[in-house]
Write a protein that binds this ligand. Structure first.
Ligand code: KIV
Ligand code: ZN
Length: 509
């Protein structure tokens, strides 16, 4: 049997250069319910550029003035990534790409019988003429042209090749193969891309949707068969079930295939979170690479292995993608995991105390409860017989806001037994309250709020708000804070204080 390293490159027909074409800002924004502001698009484009993607599809300029505005603003940043605008095979759409100051157009037309007969109501000949006109028009205006045969994977092969031959003759620089409704499998992908590769020397791109959950597998197969480029989105966002996921493709190429595309993969996790926050589409905990559980371990056997050598139960290090490892406590927890957690919080227990805490964690787990770090600290400190005081407690809050006045929050805290009060303004009541807290605690601890996530967990105007934060101190310690409350400001304050109190406990132990 061949070993996996021997199989890697020798059995593949890899292109010399593989381009990553990110379409989070275009197909990703077509995720039902998602709409990004110009400022959010700019921030995402900057992060994609810092990650090192080759191309960023910034939008569909003909669809709105906002799309033209955001494309222009992103263009003015002079990023290293090439910026792309989408256009139907229409002169006015291509004009909108030119008006957006972009020099690379991604133009498309439906080629399958379904698209020709029911959407476009065009004959095969008219589809070819329309595509060729668009490519010629764009080339005449000095654009780089990527041509997509929409629904290529349900297009008759002879007609697909006629379309590709015609647009290549018209000057197309890239031929894109969209699996518009995600019907490919790896075996079909291999056959299709090999056939195209054998018949065309123009660079081939693939744009695969995820309806069967195979977009990443199919994109990898296409790359194995010589595709020069894959369209991807952050978190696999996109129409319906989305597109091939950027993080999955890039990391699988790097770790499983040994193909390093030169991207700074340590930025993947924070990019995923930013996009999750802006789009409101949160990743499931088990999402590969960036999900909360991607590097989380609970079972005793696994944690034991991880603590000795992380490779035992991780295919790569969390640092590679900017994530972090998490040991979770619960019914499967082993003694090693508990000892490592207690060490993290600098809690020293004797053997007897340790056994009692261990039993309590197990019985909480057996009763179906997920044991948080807070629970552990509480149980362990009670067991120590010296329940530590919570260093900072909220004692009072009053808010004022309205039209034409700056939102102001007055916050009273008890810090190590001493009451302090101050008022601050902010862009909203939450911001004002957090500013007041920052002022009050500055003599006790130097804290940075790294992440703030607010979610309504029930519906209606009396919905429960859940706030999750990550804070860090100047010693590099990090802590999470969580709180649920009907009042958004209170939930925010309690979550932030929760994380600050944990940092203080770490610093003082
Ligand atoms: O899925 C698709 O076919 C598309 C085209 C615009 C390329 O997104
Ligand atoms: Zn698409």
């Amino acid at each position: 049997m061949k070993n996996i390293d021997a199989l890697k490159k020798e059995d593949m027909n890899l292109a010399d250069k593989i381009y990553i074409f990110d379409t989070t800002l275009r197909d990703g924004e077509q995720t039902p319910g998602v709409a990004l502001t110009v400022d959010e698009k700019i921030q995402i484009a900057q992060k994609l550029n810092n990650l090192g993607v080759d191309k960023i599809e910034v939008g569909f300029p003909a669809s709105s003035n906002g799309e033209i505005e955001s494309a222009k603003k992103i263009n003015s940043l002079n990023l290293d990534s090439t910026l792309v605008g989408l256009a139907r095979s229409l002169e006015r759409d291509i004009d909108a790409v030119i008006d957006s100051d972009l020099s690379y157009v991604h133009t498309f037309i439906g080629t399958s019988p379904l698209h020709r007969d029911y959407k476009l109501k065009m004959s095969r000949q008219t589809v070819i003429e329309t595509a060729v006109n668009a490519v010629e028009y764009a080339k005449d205006h000095g654009l780089t042209v990527e041509f997509s045969a929409e629904d290529a994977t349900r297009t008759e092969r002879d007609f697909l090749f006629d379309v590709f031959t015609s647009v290549v003759d018209a000057g197309a620089d890239f031929l894109d193969v969209p699996d518009t409704v995600g019907v490919l499998t790896p075996v079909f992908t291999r056959e299709l891309i090999t056939d195209i590769r054998n018949n065309f020397s123009t660079p081939i791109s693939v744009h695969f949707h995820n309806d069967f959950g195979l977009a990443t597998a199919n994109s990898l197969t296409a790359i194995e068969c010589g595709a020069n480029q894959a369209h991807v989105t952050v978190n696999g966002l996109g129409e319906r079930t989305g597109n091939c996921s950027l993080e999955e493709l890039v990391i699988t190429l790097k770790v499983a295939y040994g193909i390093d595309l030169g991207l700074d993969t340590t930025r993947l996790y924070s990019l995923s979170h930013l996009v999750g926050r802006f789009t409101g589409v949160k990743m499931p905990v088990n999402k590969p690479i960036v999900g909360d559980n991607a590097f989380a371990h609970e079972s005793g056997i696994h944690v034991h292995g991880i603590l000795n050598n992380a490779n035992t139960y991780e295919p790569m290090s969390p640092e590679l993608v900017g994530h972090s490892r998490r040991i979770v406590l619960g019914k499967h927890t082993g003694a090693n995991a508990l000892r490592s957690k207690l060490k993290q919080y600098h809690i020293d227990l004797n053997e007897d105390q340790f056994c009692k805490v261990f039993d309590e964690i197990k019985s909480l787990g057996d009763s179906g409860k997920c044991v948080t770090d807070d629970d552990l600290i509480a149980i362990a400190t009670i067991e120590l017989g010296s329940a530590r005081e919570t260093p900072i407690i909220i004692k009072g809050l009053s808010l004022s806001s309205g039209a034409n006045v700056s939102p102001t929050a007055t916050v009273k805290l008890e810090i190590d037994g001493v009451e302090k009060e101050t008022a601050s303004t902010g862009v909203g009541p939450v911001d004002a309250a957090l500013n007041a807290i920052r002022n009050l605690i500055q003599d006790s601890i130097d804290v940075e709020l790294e992440e703030y996530n607010l979610e309504a967990i029930t519906g209606g105007t009396d919905a429960l708000a859940e706030v999750f934060v990550i804070s860090s101190d100047s010693h590099g310690n990090k802590s999470t804070g969580r709180s649920t409350n009907q009042d958004i400001v209170m939930a925010s304050i309690l979550a932030v204080l929760d994380s600050i109190n944990k940092l203080l406990l770490i610093q003082r132990s």
